[in-house]
Ligand binder design. Structure first.
Ligand code: 5GP
Ligand code: MG
Ligand code: MG
Length: 189
């Protein structure tokens, strides 16, 4: 992990490297484009803030293979206090446009308990989307227990709190190019 950066000393280990993310994003975009070859356009709904980096790279990758892409963002809050999902979802930023009849691809950073996504899928369906698929860069083992149809998954990772590539700890570490686990000492500050 980038020597000389302010965060180099905070990293315990890298889980997914920048190169792995790039290759996987391209692979996922190819699959999504092939599966939606008949669609007039795809409406990507990125879930802020965590999916920011993946949304940008995934949209560019789709640009090489796919139908035209439009970008929308939502911000939801699912965590009350602490680091586990509460299942209570609050909309912090809603869609700017009508999605009725659209082919929607939800772009997520990580599916952990799946509670946020499960709520979001119901919400998007209630807004009349024609089709809804999910692409997530990361998935934790917990998610397997939720009856959720996550069609495109980048990497299955262990049950650990990760940061980087959009994912934060206390709003920091989002700018890391890799996905990594922090040293325990970081949480004791
Ligand atoms: P879920 O509802 O599936 O438990 O998780 C919802 C959101 O919690 C994710 O989209 C992500 O923003 C955040 N989250 C879950 N696991 C992690 C993690 O390991 N690290 C970080 N930084 N955020 C996480
Ligand atoms: Mg997310
Ligand atoms: Mg966060």
């Amino acid at each position: 992990m980038a020597e000389g950066t302010w965060y180099a000393g905070d990293i315990d280990r890298v889980i997914v490297t920048e190169e792995q993310i790039r290759a996987k994003t391209d692979e996922l975009a190819k699959q999504v484009a092939a599966d939606h070859a008949d669609a007039d356009s795809l409406l990507l709904v990125g879930v802020l803030k965590g999916a920011l980096m993946f949304m940008a790279d995934f949209a560019r990758a789709l640009g090489r293979y796919g139908p035209p892409v439009e970008l929308e963002f939502m911000a939801v809050s699912s965590y009350g206090q602490g680091t586990s999902s509460s299942g209570v979802v609050r909309i912090l930023k809603d869609l700017d446009r009508d999605i009725a009849g659209r082919n929607v691809i939800v772009v997520e950073d990580i599916v952990d308990s799946g509670l946020t996504l499960s709520w979001l899928l119901k919400y998007l369906a209630s807004r009349g989307a024609r089709s809804i698929d999910v692409v997530t860069l990361l998935r934790k083992p917990e998610a397997v227990r939720v009856p959720l149809d996550v069609r495109y998954v980048g990497f299955d990772i262990p049950t650990e709190f990760v940061v980087g590539y959009g994912l934060d700890y206390a709003e920091r570490y989002r700018e890391l190019a890799d996905v990594a686990v922090l040293k325990p000492s970081v949480y004791q500050r």
